[in-house]
Design a protein around this ligand. Structure first.
Ligand code: NAD
Length: 447
């Protein structure tokens, strides 16, 4: 098949590369000409394990093309995936501006039967809006061609995106067309050879499924963070509670880790968007509101622990921060808990020295340039370099090299032997034996 993917971000680039890898010819379109130019040179705009190889190999053998021209891409393909961003609007609702703009462009170019597939996360009813925009363009041009609008939300996880796309838990397709079912079955067959996992449903059902999935995952995290906050007050270790409840098969171990809050480009925005969807339907989604509110509080939890320990004026303090990306395996800084923490620390007068294995460059763009010039914030090249003369080490993102650090070296480098473990990575007893004060999330503090 010849396929166009509009939007060459985390979703579009991974999808484009993976379907090219299966033998399709793919045109990746993006309005960001710098991104397209660097991709043509084999330079990836994002960090995603395993992606670089399949992008460069498929580009070299002319199965994967990069262009800013939708017209060029559509000249050769009648299947178009929309994978552009749907950022939060001011009131938290999903901003469909990019999706509808792509729909307008598609309508202004379409001259033969086409399948338009929405991969972006969009509110229920968006497929109808995409259809209306395309129809309007076709009418203006007095062109009469048939087209389908399909919902095919994406469930990949950043940091494991290639693997997730290559071996999806399931593929959701919202359509009522038999012809679309056949085409999508054919397209996804190479990704599910041993047992088909493609679920067909109505377009609106598919749109809702994506929000429900992310809201459920966010709920699990916020639930566990709420339990953790209670554990702290009751002198209970949430890690024991986690193991205890996870062993119940109805609960399971996935996604019940207490921590310093969820971030990323999906959970925060999708929970907020679902709240707005509910409110627009005159329904107050109390549980979702609480999930969101708990997470906002949780992102401040490490800062509050530092204030409780050092006081509200932190101008004499320097803190080492390990991990900036919103989670390990990615350079994505969108809504990362590290940003909330560093903003609060610098706001309270502290100096921060931070390290992340891949997100350092992306992180620089999140903070005012003057903070670097005034040496209030430094993003350094090594994990131990960050800890020199710091009053505490604060672990924010659980990258693997942070899991088993050289405690002896840390003891030498830190001015004050205190570890704040925002992801409950360490055994408090071991850290204490190494001579540190320890403070996790939902655990007894050890002095
Ligand atoms: P992204 O911001 O990384 O990439 C979006 C790309 O679309 C950008 O490169 C941008 O330049 C391009 N774009 C915007 N408007 C365009 C236009 N008119 N023409 C051409 N290109 C245009 O976004 P992302 O993280 O890949 O997310 C895309 C969608 O997928 C969102 O709706 C998101 O919620 C959803 N999603 C994301 C993930 C994830 O982990 N990132 C997972 C599942 C679903």
């Amino acid at each position: 098949m010849n396929i166009t993917v509009v939007g060459t971000g985390y979703v579009g680039l991974v999808m484009g590369a993976c379907i090219a890898e299966m033998g399709n010819v793919v045109f990746c379109v993006d309005m960001d000409s710098r991104k397209i130019e660097t991709l043509k040179q084999g330079i990836l705009p994002i960090h995603e394990p395993g992606l670089e190889n399949i992008v460069t190999e498929n580009h070299a053998c002319a199965r994967l093309h990069f262009t800013t021209s939708l017209a060029e891409a559509m000249a050769d393909s009648a299947v178009i995936f929309i994978a552009v961003g749907t950022p939060p609007g001011e009131d938290g609702s999903a901003d469909l501006g990019h999706v509808l703009e792509v729909a307008r462009q598609i309508g202004s170019l379409m001259d033969r039967p086409t399948m338009v597939v929405n991969k972006s996360t969009v509110p229920v009813g968006s497929a109808d809006r995409v259809r209306a925009v395309i129809e309007q363009q076709l009418q203006q041009r007095a062109v009469d061609v048939e087209f389908d609008v399909v919902s095919n939300p994406e469930f990949l996880k950043e940091g494991a995106a290639v693997n997730d796309f290559m071996q999806p838990d399931r593929v959701i397709v919202g359509t009522d067309s038999e012809h679309v079912r056949q085409l999508m079955t054919e397209l996804y067959a190479p990704f599910m050879r041993n047992h088909p996992r493609i679920l067909f449903m109505g377009v609106r059902d598919a749109e809702m499924t994506k929000y429900a999935a992310n809201a459920m995952l966010a709920t699990k995290i916020s639930f566990m963070n709420e339990i953790a906050s209670l554990c702290e007050r009751l002198e209970v270790d949430v890690e024991n509670v986690r193991l205890g409840i996870g062993s119940d098969q109805r609960i399971g171990y996935h996604f019940i880790y207490a921590g310093c809050g969820y971030g990323g480009s999906c959970f925060p925005k999708d929970v907020k968007a679902l709240i707005r969807i509910a409110q627009q339907s005159e329904f107050e989604p109390r549980l979702l509101q609480a999930v969101d509110a708990r997470n906002e509080l949780q992102k401040q939890s490490l800062f509050e622990k530092l204030v409780a320990r050092f006081g509200s004026d932190l101008s004499d303090c320097t803190f080492a921060v390990w991990g900036l990306a919103f989670k390990p395996g990615t350079d994505d800084m969108r809504e990362a808990p590290s940003v909330a923490l560093i903003n609060s620390l610098v706001g309270a007068g502290a100096r921060v020295r931070a390290f992340d294995p891949v997100a350092g460059q992306a992180a620089r763009r999140e903070f005012p340039e003057r903070w670097f010039a005034e040496e209030r914030l430094a993003i350094v090249e090594g994990q131990y370099e960050a800890t020199i003369d710091a009053d505490a080490l604060v672990l924010v993102t659980e990258w693997k090299p942070f899991r088993h650090p050289d405690f002896k070296a840390l003891k030498r480098l830190l001015r004050n032997p205190l570890i704040l473990d925002g992801r409950n990575q360490y055994d408090p007893a071991q850290v204490s034996r190494e001579g540190f004060e320890y403070c996790g999330i939902g655990r007894r503090a050890i002095r």
